[in-house]
Design a protein around this ligand. Structure first.
Ligand code: DGT
Ligand code: CA
Ligand code: CA
Ligand code: ZN
Length: 566
């Protein structure tokens, strides 16, 4: 994935925020935001070509980006950064506090950071200030807590891209092995710090400390160096002896609870297990590969995603580890968008990218009319269906499915009538508003959606956004029972800040007999690759191909969707 695009997009987005905060013209703010989105989603590296070829990037924005590419910032951004302190910018990331209010608090009351805002609220300095009633104050305090918690962990998308960048930057001559371990290898949806192991020369540590992405060296030793990156994430790099590679990977992959369980077994045999190997006294029993270590303890190799002390060791000892679903097993994607609604790539570009992934089927599911911002109409949907049919002739090996992402209203109804819905090959129905309904109302809402025969998949079910929005409150077991009974699949939305359903709920749902769809929810070409995160969730929940409808051959999938003869 094009890293420089993300950085340029982030700078432009920051500029848009600052521009809005300082009273800039709303139309121009929109155009910066749109260009930032387009640059982030652009499949080619913008440093290689002309940024003017990105849709939505005109001359003025192109100049800013070119300056950014040459020196890491641009004049107008520097100027606004000078006017708005860093702490005030962090205040805008408090959920429920917009840029306008943040700048108001700064200019009127001198509040210049989230911590200062918390103090001001506690000291009652905001009482009587227009627009800041007791309820708003309570929401702000909650938002500050949420932000601080989120600041300590990052979602897997950020961590994985950073780990790949670090590994690429260190993979020079003399480095014989380098890989990530820890919670990232176990594919947890949030990551505390990134653990990287390497076999290489001692000079690698020095090289690492000099990398441009490093903001602070926390600890520098011969065996381990810990740093904080410019993005605020901690990375631990460990040099390990070549002959201990397997033992080190096993140890530092964790989880701690899984390792405790494994070590107990070694102890029972009178052996010792450490990051250097499995030993009987001084004698090495196994150390080079993870496979040898697990084998010596009487088990097959356990996939990292299952190493959570959730029964995997007992299952492995009995030879009953399930064969969990892998990325290669996916035959298609059932939830994707185009520029007809809020995607940024055309239908043709999205389908071409799906074709390159070798999919057997691919669904286009733009939003239905309820989300008024998207300006969808039946005419547009039908015109898109014609385009899909024409495009199909160019993809003999990949079945294009014309679908839609429906909006589940507060009462559980969806935004097109039955006769329209029958015309789609596949429908995903999701909640996009009214997140604060009571548990009973929310449960009834999902159950109504599942009971609708024209709803095939419930999209991003909890609607959480990591670090931004809590999951909705609902009786999930009740909903899972209903989904199993009605043959409604639940989505594993692979977009990393959603990661929704989360693994614990997937595991619970599976016990009720629910089927799942691992979808990318792509809004741009590079997002298609996010499927790997959804597969991580599925593995953490022990799903096999039988549980995941988009690993099935086309015929079986169509039968499940009630579109069998199509
Ligand atoms: P995180 O960073 O909070 O997302 O989670 P992890 O699992 O990456 O935890 P971390 O970075 O503290 O340690 C990486 C792995 O190293 C951990 O999963 C297991 C192993 N490890 C670290 N400290 C200990 C320990 O004191 N005992 C054992 N058995 N294993 C440890
Ligand atoms: Ca870690
Ligand atoms: Ca660590
Ligand atoms: Zn959605």
């Amino acid at each position: 994935m094009a890293r420089v695009n993300d950085e340029a997009a982030a700078a432009l987005q920051e500029y848009a925020d600052l521009f809005a905060m300082t009273g800039g013209d709303a139309f121009r703010v929109r155009s910066y935001q749109k260009a930032a989105k387009a640059i982030a989603g652009h499949p080619e590296d913008i440093s290689g070509g002309d940024v003017r070829s990105v849709p939505g990037v005109g001359e003025a924005i192109a100049k800013k980006i070119e300056e950014f590419l040459s020196r890491g910032s641009f004049r107008q951004l520097d100027e606004l950064r000078g006017r708005v302190p860093e702490g005030v910018r962090r205040m805008t990331r408090i959920p429920s506090l917009g840029p306008k209010k943040a700048i108001f608090l700064f200019t009127e009351l001198g509040i210049d950071s989230p911590a200062a805002l918390r103090e001001a609220i506690s000291a009652g300095r905001l009482s009587g200030v227009k627009g800041f009633g007791p309820r708003t104050e309570a929401n702000l305090l909650k938002g500050i807590d949420q932000m601080e918690q989120a600041g300590r962990r990052v979602h897997i998308g950020i961590a994985m891209e950073l780990a790949e960048r670090v590994i690429a930057s260190l993979s020079g001559e003399g480095v014989r092995r380098i890989a990530h371990a820890g919670s990232l290898r176990r594919m947890k949806d949030t990551i505390g710090d990134i653990d990287i192991l390497a076999v290489g020369p001692a000079s690698l540590m020095e090289e690492f400390r000099a990398m441009p992405y490093i903001a602070e060296v926390i600890a520098a030793g011969e065996k381990k160096t810990s740093v904080r990156t410019t993005g605020g994430v901690q990375v631990d790099l460990r040099l390990v002896p070549a002959e201990s590679w397997g033992a080190a990977m096993q140890y530092f992959t964790g989880s701690k609870e899984h390792n405790v369980r494994i070590r107990e077994m070694a102890v029972k045999k009178g052996w010792k297990l450490s990051e250097y190997g499995l030993f009987e006294g001084e004698r090495v029993i196994a150390s080079r590969t993870e496979e040898e270590i697990y084998a010596a303890l009487g088990m097959p190799w356990i996939p990292p995603t299952m190493r959570e002390d959730g029964g995997e060791v007992a299952a492995a000892l009995k030879g009953e580890l399930p064969e969990v679903v892998t990325l290669d097993d996916l035959k298609g994607d059932l939830h994707t968008h185009t520029d007809l609604t809020d995607g940024i790539a055309s239908l043709e570009d999205m389908v071409a990218a799906a074709g390159r992934l070798g999919y057997a089927y691919y669904a286009i599911t733009d939003h239905a009319p309820d989300l008024v911002m998207q300006r969808m109409t039946l005419d547009k949907a039908l015109a898109q269906r014609d385009r899909v049919a024409r495009l199909q002739t160019s993809y003999p090996g990949m079945r294009l499915l014309h679908g839609t992402e429906l909006n589940i209203g507060p009462d559980g109804t969806v935004d097109w009538p039955v006769e329209v819905l029958e015309g789609f090959d596949v429908t995903v129905a999701s909640v996009h508003s009214h997140f604060n309904q009571s548990r009973a109302e929310m449960t009834a809402r999902f159950i109504a959606a599942c009971e609708n025969p024209q709803v095939h998949i419930i999209g991003h079910p909890t609607t959480r956004k990591l670090g931004k929005r809590e999951p909705v409150d609902a009786d999930w077991e009740e909903i899972f029972r209903c989904a199993a009974r009605t043959g409604t699949a639940l989505e594993i939305d692979s977009y990393p800040d959603r990661s929704d359903l989360p693994a614990e709920l997937v595991r619970l749902a599976r016990h009720h007999g629910v089927k799942f769809s691992i979808d990318s929810d792509s809004h741009a070409v590079p997002h298609l690759a996010n499927q790997r995160y959804g597969v991580g969730i599925a593995q953490r929940a022990w799903l096999t191909t039988d549980d995941v409808i988009n690993t099935w051959p086309l015929e079986r999938l169509l039968a499940f969707l009630g579109r069998g003869d199509g």
